[in-house]
Write a protein that binds this ligand. Structure first.
Ligand SMILES: [Zn+2]
Ligand SMILES: [Zn+2]
Length: 297
């Protein structure tokens, strides 16, 4: 297998692009795909202060690395969820990565805040992943707001977003389909803009990029997410893609084209209120996070 750019030995074959690349040209391809999304969806400007949400997994660490390489002012933000063992191992990966590449980072420790995820879920009598999602969304936004960041970036990749889109279509959850868009605009004064620069790249490609560039990441899945239905949709798409390369990105990007002119910012602001407890933008008088914390106390 030869690199399509230089005819050197290829390290990876990308079937949907009908191309194989050596390490150097794969890195070039990878960064080009990220840049293409950043520019096309107007994710941020060169001068923007970016906060990237990192979990210690491959996608978020790769995104952090890519944004740093592009010369962006980027800070990694990690939330210690308080899941015994798993949280400590992923935090170690984040710290080691920041140190290796000389990057800025912020760590929020949920044990210090008094609501680590397993405890909060038990007290609120709700599902772990739902509680985790509420808490993470809140701190990602709050930390970006407090730190004066312009935009919040997450490592969602093509497989994440296309499988989420497929799941939403199969359940006809029209109201959630917009969440798969790569840019979610700011709302009011406190809700930060969110972007996903890796939506044109697959999990396999982010893993390859991590390995080729010496990015050491936590490989285990969160122990609390076992049996998530999202995996079934990922597997189904992977089977389709295996037999018909290019179908996955076609499915996702054609959806984005159809909804690209929709005004998301206005839809957001019309329904927005201010949380009476924490002062952040909310759909109700008290935000989901503050209501959760009340139950956990
Ligand atoms: Zn090459
Ligand atoms: Zn609140």
């Amino acid at each position: 297998m030869k690199c399509v750019k230089c005819k050197g030995d290829a390290v990876i074959n990308i079937r949907r692009a009908n191309a194989a690349f050596c390490k150097e040209h794969f890195n070039e391809y990878f960064i080009e795909q990220a840049l293409k999304s950043i520019k096309y969806y107007r994710m941020f400007r060169k001068t923007d202060k970016i906060m990237v949400c990192v979990s210690g997994g491959k996608d978020s660490l790769v995104l952090w690395h890519v944004l740093h390489k592009l010369g962006c002012d980027v800070t990694g933000m990690y939330i210690d969820l308080g899941i015994n063992g798993y949280s400590d191992r992923s935090k170690d990966k984040v710290n080691a990565f920041a140190e290796k590449f000389g990057l800025k980072s912020i760590i929020v420790d949920l044990r210090e805040k008094g609501h680590p995820v397993p405890f909060a879920a038990r007290r609120a009598k709700r599902e772990d992943c739902a509680v985790c999602g509420t808490i993470k969304r809140y701190y990602f936004n709050k930390t970006a707001y407090d730190g004066g960041f312009d935009v919040v970036a997450t490592g969602h990749n093509l497989d994440d977003e296309s499988s989420r889109l497929l799941a939403n279509i199969m359940h006809w959850h029209d109201e959630y389909m917009d969440n798969t868009y790569p840019v979610l605009p700011a709302g009011g004064n406190t809700l930060k803009k969110k972007v996903k620069p890796l939506v044109r790249l697959t999990e396999r490609e982010t893993a390859a990029f991590a390995i080729l560039n010496g990015i050491d990441y936590v490989m285990e899945e969160c122990p609390m997410s076992k049996g998530a239905t999202s995996l079934i949709f990922k597997e189904a798409l992977s089977t389709i893609e295996e037999n018909m390369p290019g179908t996955e990105i076609f499915f996702y990007t054609k959806f984005l084209d159809r909804v690209k002119d929709k005004d998301r910012s206005k839809a957001n602001q019309e329904e927005m209120k201010i949380c009476q407890t924490c002062g952040m933008e909310s759909f109700m008088d008290k935000c989901t996070f503050c209501r959760l914390v009340e139950k956990v106390k």
